[in-house]
Write a protein that binds this ligand. Structure first.
Ligand SMILES: [Zn+2]
Length: 391
């Protein structure tokens, strides 16, 4: 196997899998959007994302499929859909073996999640969390409470890494399972893989009420920069930046914070925030403003591309219209960013409904992750793996 990142075509939603070629063949799933109809064979419009995911997972010693980590960037449905149906929630002792014809539930050995993102989402939506979000919240709380009771890092299936401090000292006492913003961690599911360094850029902490109010109105998310080697002890030559649905105020703040040392914002692969939304790049409405302007600071934060970088839009097909997300204007911005570094912009939303699979090598990510027809700029490397077809 090789080390790779796979972006699944899940419409306007995120679902990304990082696979490491280490001894444990570590799998990190970032968000999920497994739509009901994707499970329904009669509906051929949806890509069978559940099978595509399951085909990539290993079984534990009891024959149960698992991911090492599930990172939940924020509790919107398009980042959590399918959780209860496809994943085991609750104590591992309560795992139910599948009956005939049922698919085995996937075990999440370790959760990464941020309480402050949940609090903001709750304020923004006025307590209208979807059922999968509620189920996730219950499971995250179960794991945190287990730690509080035992003061021990849990077993696989009970583990949680809390990303970012919560307000009002609510995360005090959780230091052993907490990673603060601006810190780096290297342990994945309680193992040193010697392949990954993760820097926590967000959720941003707020210093005062006004700022908190502002951040609450924007989509907030866990924002991470992964530095990944292709094999254990190799150089970490692949930088992947992902920030869920974080919006313009967040990216502007990140630029103000890191503009004099931009290392933590640099990327070879960027998952464009909020499904290629205009609102991650601008305060203006794409459809209602006469002349919507790009926020130059937010754009700078999202422009720290390495040579040959790939910008991914995890969204529906992007059309030249008023829609947002995905937004035509945002696509043009990301295309310009990519063109600047001889990189490329690709979108998961195509007629063919194929995964975008990028192999990570010692020389950086391999080019040509997607069919040539969907690549806007491809002036970079001459050699690259043939796009892998699925389905
Ligand atoms: Zn979203």
């Amino acid at each position: 196997m090789s080390t790779k990142i796979t972006f699944f075509p899940v419409g306007n939603g995120d679902m990304t899998l990082i696979e490491l070629d280490d001894a444990s063949q570590t799998k990190i799933l970032i968000d999920m959007n497994i739509r009901e109809s994707a499970d329904d064979e009669a509906n051929a419009d949806y890509f069978d994302v559940s099978s595509e995911l399951r085909n990539r997972l290993n079984n534990d010693s009891n024959g149960r499929p698992y991911v090492d980590v599930f990172l939940q960037t924020h509790p919107d449905q398009d980042h959590l859909r399918g959780l209860s149906k496809h994943f085991h929630l609750g104590a591992i002792d309560c795992y139910k073996e599948p009956k005939d014809g049922e698919q085995a539930k996937i075990i999440i050995q370790e959760i990464w999640s941020s309480p402050i993102v949940w609090r903001r989402a709750d304020r923004r939506t006025g307590h209208t969390l979807c059922e999968d979000a509620k189920a996730f919240n219950t499971e995250a709380k179960r794991r945190v409470n287990l730690y509080k009771e035992t003061q021990k890092i849990g077993e696989a299936g009970d583990r949680i890494r809390v990303i970012g401090k919560d307000e009002d000292n609510k995360t005090d006492g959780l230091e052993a399972i907490l990673t603060e913003v601006d810190k780096t961690f290297t342990k994945i599911n309680e193992r040193e893989t010697q392949m990954v360094e993760v820097f926590v850029l967000g959720p941003l902490q707020s210093k005062d009420i006004e700022e908190e109010d502002r951040l609450s109105k924007n989509h907030s998310s866990v924002i991470l920069q992964f530095k990944i080697a292709s094999r254990p002890y190799g150089a970490k030559t692949n930088r992947f930046l992902c920030g869920g649905d974080a919006e313009v105020a967040i990216w502007r703040k990140l630029w103000q914070k890191h503009r004099y040392d931009t290392h933590c914002l640099r990327y070879d692969i960027l998952l464009s925030p909020h499904h290629c939304s205009w609102h991650s790049l601008s305060e203006d409405s794409w459809s209602r403003s006469k002349n919507p302007k790009v926020d130059q600071e937010a754009k700078s934060a999202l422009s720290q591309a390495e040579r040959y970088a790939t910008v991914i839009a995890s969204s529906n097909v992007i059309k030249d219209d008023d829609n947002d997300p995905p937004c035509w204007g945002a696509k043009k911005q990301y295309e310009a960013i990519a063109k600047n570094v001889d990189g490329e912009f690709v979108c998961t939303g195509t007629q063919d409904q194929e995964v975008i699979e990028i192999t990570l090598t010692s020389g950086g990510p391999q080019k040509s992750p997607k069919l040539a027809s969907n690549i806007t700029f491809g002036a970079g490397l001459a050699s690259g793996a043939k796009p892998k077809r699925h389905g």
